[in-house]
Design a protein around this ligand. Structure first.
Ligand code: BG6
Length: 526
């Protein structure tokens, strides 16, 4: 039985479009200082996001962007690089001359060494001139887009130079840290401890761009703003949950970084854990940052410990080998630049996870992520229990398909519900149909980029979408047994999957052993 797209689609009941939504605006002047500004993230994500906010009139009249990095560069060169990045990646197009000039006038570049106090003194000078002509230090958002080894020295120097203690006199200073935050539980703990010597927890914004995605935020709205779903959202009605984050890209130019990371550290510890928490958490007592994060931490603490193995019934790790995708020949992971010929780093991970609490008793959560898979897609599938094998569900070989609520995080953001209907006619024929909601169709445009929302939130002091220290540690604590086992039990070879395929056979076997299959894979192969 195939699931045909249904003629039933949704429309917004009171025809609200995205452009009607209330717009939050930053009231206070501030400076955004980006450490590691010569890196890719600044060009591709951060500055395009700020430019979008600027174009939409969300920034105060007085704001500035200062890029801080070790490379020698003039303001003019820096601005030109950023203009190219904005033209390539910004949601608001075209990047016309007039608006770009107005925006670029607020951008400057500052060369400095991360450990050298002189650079911070000069930065302080610039900051007092750029935002507060009065000579006082104004509001500052420090964004650390540096390699993680620089987090501690930068924060220490910011503190030593008095740049992050400016919460007096009505001004604020906050520090945003890019992932990865540690590489296991003990390093994350040590980093938390060190940062908290210089900063209050409410000045620390550990970013995970998945939380800024519109559809990820919609998970809580779907669950708690509708009376329909929440009563069914538990072990009585849910059979299992599948989370797939699949990417078509390989490691690209990031082989060096990825070798030290792998799919578990790069994607599971952060992005997938957040998705899991949002799907599994209890309703928070309010939407304030700590109430939401308290509930997420409870989920992480309720996770059944994983076995300390690098492979096993509940843990699949694999690497992409050479393959062909859309007529293009793709290299295997071992052949990528910066990757060791005998690398044991996984580019794919699948886990069977249990949340040991009353709500989720006996419901497996299957998580998987991989590079060089056939589609770029992030989807959460809530699979409801099959109906009893009576009445319409008596076919021995082809039982009725279960109802599946699919939350499409990206691309084609939306939600669909699969259910059974009778095909019109004199015979009783039943077919699954899909009721589909698409953000783009219902709200008239693509949702904003994650970094727009997150930068705005950080500048507004709203930390719900950032990871708290105990949350990051609980996520590492869950993965630590596997990471530890991988360090100590060097298996001779990881299973391989051809680039462009849906991962290794072992991951399919993991579900097949439970009488299940990956929904996204099955759908894409129809
Ligand atoms: C990053 C990972 O955090 O997320 C990358 O380091 C990955 O390896 C990326 O490609 C995926 O993000 P998105 O938004 O493209 O799904």
């Amino acid at each position: 039985m195939s699931t045909q797209p249904s003629p039933w689609t949704t429309s917004a009941v009171d025809s609200v479009t995205a452009s009607d939504a209330p717009r939050r605006k930053l009231p206070d002047p501030f400076a955004l200082v980006i450490f590691g500004a010569s890196g890719d993230l600044t060009r591709r994500k951060l500055v395009p996001a700020v430019y979008c906010l600027f174009r939409e009139g969300r920034l105060p009249d007085t704001f500035s962007i200062i890029g801080f990095a070790r490379t020698e560069k003039t303001d003019a060169v820096f601005r030109e690089e950023l203009r190219k990045g904005v033209a390539q990646s910004c949601r608001v197009q075209p990047v016309d001359d007039e608006s770009w000039q107005a925006f670029a006038a607020r951008i400057s570049y500052h060369r400095g060494d991360y450990e050298d106090p002189a650079g911070y003194e000069a930065l302080r000078q610039r900051l007092t001139e750029s935002v507060e002509p009065s000579g006082k230090l104004g509001n500052c958002l420090f964004y650390l887009s540096t390699p993680p080894v620089c987090f501690e020295p930068v924060v220490e120097q910011l503190h030593a130079s008095g740049l992050v203690t400016a919460s007096a006199a009505g001004t604020w200073s906050r520090v945003v840290l890019e992932k990865p935050f540690g590489r296991d539980l003990s390093s994350a703990r040590a980093l938390n401890h060190r940062l908290q010597q210089f900063l209050a927890e409410d000045q620390i914004y550990r970013i995970d761009h998945y939380l800024g995605k519109e559809t990820v935020q919609n998970i809580l709205v779907l669950r708690f703003a509708n009376s329909l779903f929440e009563p069914l959202w538990n072990h009585k009605y849910v059979d299992h949950v599948q989370l797939t984050v699949s990417e078509t890209v390989g490691v690209e130019a990031r082989g060096g970084y990825y070798e030290q990371s792998g799919a578990l550290r790069d994607m599971v510890q952060n992005h997938l854990m957040h998705l899991l928490c949002l799907v599994a958490m209890e309703p928070p007592s309010s939407m304030d940052a700590n109430s939401v994060r308290d509930e997420k931490v409870k989920v992480l603490k309720a996770l059944r410990p994983l076995p300390a193995v690098c492979f096993g019934e509940d843990v699949v790790r694999a690497q992409y080998a050479r393959g062909v995708h859309r007529w293009q020949e793709l290299l295997g992971y071992h052949e990528e630049t910066g990757v060791a010929a005998d690398s044991h780093t996984e580019t794919y991970a699948a886990l069977r996870v249990w949340v040991d609490n009353w709500r989720w008793e006996g419901v497996p959560f299957y998580l998987r992520t991989g590079k060089r898979l056939p589609e770029r897609l992030t989807e959460i599938g809530v699979h409801f229990k099959p109906v009893p094998r009576v009445l319409f569900n008596t076919g021995e070989t082809a039982p009725l398909q279960q109802n599946v609520l699919a939350l499409r995080i990206q691309p084609d953001e939306g939600i669909s519900l699969e259910f059974q209907v009778k095909v019109p006619g004199s015979q009783l024929q039943i077919r699954p149909l899909k009721m589909d909601f698409s953000y783009a169709e219902s709200f008239g445009r693509e949702p904003p980029e994650a970094y727009e929302r997150l930068l705005l939130d950080a500048a507004l002091g709203e930390s719900t979408l950032f990871t708290r220290s105990d949350e990051v540690e609980a996520a590492w604590a869950f993965l630590d047994p596997i990471l530890d086992a991988c360090n100590h039990q060097r298996a001779p070879k990881l299973p391989a999957y051809p680039a462009g395929a849906w991962g290794p056979q072992e991951a399919d076997d993991m579900l097949a052993a439970d009488g299940r299959a990956w929904h996204v894979t099955r759908r894409s192969q129809r």
